[in-house]
Each structure stands twice: as C-alpha cells, then as structure tokens.
Design a protein around this ligand. Structure first.
Ligand SMILES: Nc1ncnc2c1ncn2[C@@H]1O[C@H](COP(=O)(O)OP(=O)(O)OP(=O)(O)O)[C@@H](O)[C@H]1O
Length: 250
C-alpha cells in the first residue's frame, strides 16, 4: 500500500516544553490511522503541524509524494489535505447550507466569487446538499447554524470538509460532545469514508478508535511510543503502563 501522507521527524516546542518530539508516521490509502494519547500528549499540535497552521521546528510533511512542508494551510488544503474545520470557524448567523457553500468556495478559490450570488450556483448548491445529506443534516439546511446542537455542528464541520473533496482527512476529535447515538452514527460514517480518503483520526472515544482504526499510534509526552493494530496496541506493555492501564484503573 502506498503512503499518501508521510510525516518525518516533526518537532515543535513551546519554550522548554517539547509538545511534539521527533514524530514520524504514515497514512496509507484506504486506512484509518488513529492517534491516541493522554491529555497534553501533543496530538492537536501534531495535527496543526501537518495541516500547516503551526510551523514546525524541524521535520517534514510529504503528501502524495510531494514535500508540502513550506506550503501554507490554504495551499495544503488546495492540494487535498483536508482538515475538519474548527466549530469556531463556522459562521453562526449564516444558515447551515450557507456555511457549507462558503466551504465549497474554498476549492474554487478566488475572493471575487464571494461577491457573486452563491446561493444561485446550482453546482455548488448540489455539492453542498450532497455533503449535508451524507452527514445527515439535509433537513437542517435552512436553519441558522447558531440553532444547531453541538453534535450537529460537528457534523456540519465534516460536511464543510467533504465539499472540498480532500485526498486525505485530518480529524481532531470528531466524536467530542456527541452522545452515544451520535458517536455511533459518526463511527459508521467515518467507516465508509475511508475508501474515499484515508483519515488521520485524533480521538479520545476508545470504542470508536478500536472499531475504526486499521492502525493506532500512541503519543505520550510528544513521542510515538507504539504503532500497530488495535490488538497489538492493547497488548503493548508500554502502552498499558503509559495510557490504557490508567483508564482501566479509573
Ligand atoms: N500555543 C501554545 N503555547 C504554549 N503551549 C502550548 C500551545 N499549544 C499547546 N501547548 C502545550 O503543548 C502540549 C501539547 O498540547 P496539545 O493540545 O497538542 O495536546 P493534546 O494531546 O491535543 O491534548 P488534548 O487531548 O487535551 O486535546 C500541552 O502541554 C499544551 O499545554
């Protein structure tokens, strides 16, 4: 299998704190690779370094065979490196459909397009409605985003990312704040999504991680201490001591 994403020796320090410390990992076509670890292990920092929002102190990001390390977030997104948008980036006073349309414009680019009557663009509307249907939000298209529940906003973030047809998804805790049924639904959705674009998935919901992940990497104090299948990770003594064990005892 080919590596779509190849992260090599990434480092990022905040003062004396090594948030990520020589992290290397790969994402292959068709897989979900989960990144787990205790709070503060450096998972979000790593996702930001890969997406381009945070400049690395050292290391490189190769995407589809190309070194994208010098590229901005926008250039990486245009190249097909899709990150689920932060909820804070949703425009709360706009409708759900408008938020997806704004996301879809990212692919077509060009600030001038914002001045065109985007609601009349049937191609964009269709793409946006398809994305909303896929995440189960089609009946909420005309609602104000501010009126959505937290879980629905999470689904909307995924819909926005979908409209850009990324070649790879970087997802930072897509299950956070979803109830049990919401998590189950999102798990089923991500399961189907991997054949379209592989997913690097940061997630605390271990049921979802063990159900979905082809491979799991465990990050502790900024370092990857193990990478393997769910069974290998569950059986790994270092992982049990550093991470899983503490949950079992809790
Ligand atoms: N901008 C920043 N300035 C200073 N320290 C930071 C900054 N961002 C993150 N950190 C620190 O870097 C470490 C790693 O944080 P990070 O958010 O990447 O961890 P995480 O594994 O995503 O945690 P969580 O599971 O709680 O989301 C933490 O100690 C955090 O306090």
């Amino acid at each position: 299998m080919s590596d779509l994403l190849d992260i090599r020796n990434l480092k990022k320090s905040f003062g004396a704190l090594k948030a990520t410390d020589d992290v290397s990992l790969t994402l292959r076509a068709g897989e979900i690779h989960a990144l787990i670890g205790p709070n503060g292990a450096g998972k979000s920092t790593l996702i930001k370094q890969i997406a381009g929002g945070l400049r690395s102190d050292a290391g490189s990001v190769h995407f589809a065979g190309r070194d994208v390390t010098p590229l901005s977030t926008v250039a990486r997104a245009r190249a097909g490196l899709g990150r689920t948008f932060q909820i804070s980036s949703l425009a709360m006073e706009y409708t759900v459909l408008q938020n997806v349309l704004l996301g879809a414009l990212g692919q077509d680019g060009g600030v001038m397009r914002f001045f065109r009557p985007i609601m009349a663009r049937n191609d964009l509307r269709d793409r946006a409605m398809t994305a909303l249907t896929r995440v189960g939000l089609e009946s909420h298209a005309a609602k104000r985003t501010a009126d959505l529940s937290h879980g629905q906003r999470r689904q909307l973030e995924v819909a926005v990312a979908l409209t850009l047809s990324p070649k790879v998804f970087l997802m930072d805790e897509p299950m956070a704040g979803l109830g049990a049924s919401g998590s189950q639904r999102m798990t089923g959705f991500l399961d189907g999504l991997r054949s379209e674009a592989p997913i690097l998935l940061v997630e605390h919901d271990m049921d979802a991680v063990f159900a979905l992940a082809d491979r799991i990497s465990v990050l502790v104090y900024g370092r990857v201490i193990a990478t393997g299948t769910a069974d290998e990770i569950k059986a790994d003594p270092a992982v049990r001591e550093a991470y899983l064990g503490e949950e079992e005892e809790a």
